[in-house]
Every structure is written in structure tokens, then in C-alpha cells.
Design a protein. Sequence first.
Length: 355
Amino acid sequence: MELDLKPLDLHCDGERPFVIAGPCSAETEEQVMTTARQLASKGCHIFRAGVWKPRTKPGGFEGNGEEALPWMKRVKEETGMAITTEVATPEHVELALKYGIDILWIGARTTANPFAMQAIADSIRGRDIPVFVKNPVNPDLELWIGAMERINQAGIKRIAAVHRGFSSYEKKIYRNQPMWQIPIELRRRIPDLPIICDPSHIGGSRELIAPLCQQAMDLGFDGLIVETHCNPDKAWSDANQQVTPEVLDYILSLLIIRNKTVTTEGINELRKQIDELDNNLMDLLSKRMRVSREIGQYKKEHNMTVLQTSRYNEILDKRGAQGSLCGMDAKFIKEIFEAIHEESVRQQIEIINRK
Ligand code: PEP
Ligand code: MN
């Protein structure tokens, strides 16, 4: 195991995933208190708000800084919710601790910077506070784990990873691409590490919050962090993706929570079938490679090039279409055949160069 962890021990009611909610930014004392009271009345236990906001361009609202920290403290005192904010420098850490912030979170841009991560880790050393680490902006699992290792090596054992998606040049449906295979691989590598999904920054728009929350539950994520504002349309940052506390409560009430502890007996028989099918696939693939090597031998004897582009395109198009007919995604089938073709070419080149 790469991290030495302790359970988070955060209060949650068991039926719902643990949920962190609150505005993107702490804008005014009134906005913070109104949102917090509404969330508390819906049974939310952890309140988030950004006090220092990393903005892509200068000139936007960069957070109220220290001025907003007493508002957070007031949320804790009046509603009993735990409070969390983003820290990006040792100075932020000092101030957050001074005002009784219960959980620190590291933003995506900071996770991507090892110098900043080390400086933060050094400033937290010796304090027992949970730290939630968002994935770096770029899809780099090692960088994400490395950031958490730095925090862990500073003696922090209550750590959670926050999946907020990965930025890309092309914006399609999502503001940040979920690339679910990355948090799934993180779960495989560090099974005890809680993973929290941030559907707000993945989706970038309100209508994507509910399906993304459900997807996170289907994948067995441990919690959610959802941007919530008393008046989303008027938010000073990330207005498109914030929902009211009432809408959040509705979204959560519709979530189907999968049971992680059900025994797997019922699917053992099906798993046996999958094992057998996988064996058949291997067998077929190795037969295909054998034929491909024979073709390689023929190409060698006739001094032909290994790559015959027209044939390759024909295979990809045909298989993609066949895949669609069998109810599979054409892109998926194309990718599989690209991989098979790559291995075939590698094997044929080996044959051609054999003395
Ligand atoms: C945020 O949570 O408001 C935030 C700035 O997130 P990220 O670091 O994921 O962009
Ligand atoms: Mn935000």
C-alpha cells in the first residue's frame, strides 16, 4: 500500500453517501449564512466554500480571503456543520487552522505542482486535520498519488481523494473529462483511500449533477462534494454548475445507493462464464497471431511491406460496423482492432527481420 491511512470518521447518516455542500465561493456573510442554514435544514453535515479562488485569468473574483473565514466559523457555531475550504499555500493553511476549519482541501491546480504540494505538506506537519486532495488538472494518476504521499509523509493519515475530472482543449459534454478509469485505477491501487466525486466541476452545468452523482454511486465512490448556492444564477463564480440546497436534497433523495457488502455468491456462476469466455478470446487471439505470422513469412519471401494500409482500413471499417450490429460501440471495436493490428504488425516485423 502506498499510503498509511486512518478512517475519516466523519459524521454521516449511513443511508446517503457523505455529502459536502456549499458555494463555489464565500461571497458575502449573508450568502454564506443563508446557504449554510438551508443546507443544515436538509441534513447536510459538511459545508464547503472557497475563500481563496484560483482563477484562470486575472481580474475575476479571487475570493474574499481572510475576511471570509469568520463567516465560515459562524457557520460551524450556528449550524454545527463541519467546515472546509481550499488551501494553496502555507499562509492559507495557517489562517484556515486559526479560524477552526475542520477539513482542508487541495485544488486541482495545486495538486499538479509538486513544489506547492511539498510546501503545504510541510506547513501541516504535526497537525491532525483531514486533507482532501483533488486530482491534478492533467490526467496523471502518479502526480495525484504523489501529492497524497507528500501529505501522508507529513503525518496526515485522514486523507481522501476528490475526483473532479481532467481539463482538455476540446470541451464536449463535460467541463472536465471524467476519465473514470483513473479513479477506478486509484481504487485498485489504494483500496482503503476514500474517493469523493465532484460532479459540479466535472459537469460544469446543473443538469449533469444528478447523473454524475448516480454514476459515482454506481462505481462505489464514498462521498460527493456538490457546489450549492442560495441563488445560483447570481453566483460570483461557477454560476452554471451550482444548484440550490433544495435541488441538491431532491437529487440526493433520488440516488440509488448500491450495496457494497452484498456477497458475490450470486454472480460466481456468471464470473466462471466470463473466465471461460476470456480463455476462448485468448485462444482465438493467439490463433489469429499465428495466421498473421504466416502472412509475415509470405511478405518476407515476396519482399512486400508489412503495412498494407488499404487492407487495414478495410478491417477497421468492417469490424466497427459489425460491432454496431452486435450492440457494441463502433469506437470501442475499432480500438480493439487497432490494438490487435498493432501487435500483428509487431510480430510480422519480427519475422521479416529474422535472419
Ligand atoms: C472548487 O472546488 O471551487 C475549485 C476551484 O475546484 P478545482 O480545484 O477542482 O478546480
Ligand atoms: Mn467552483
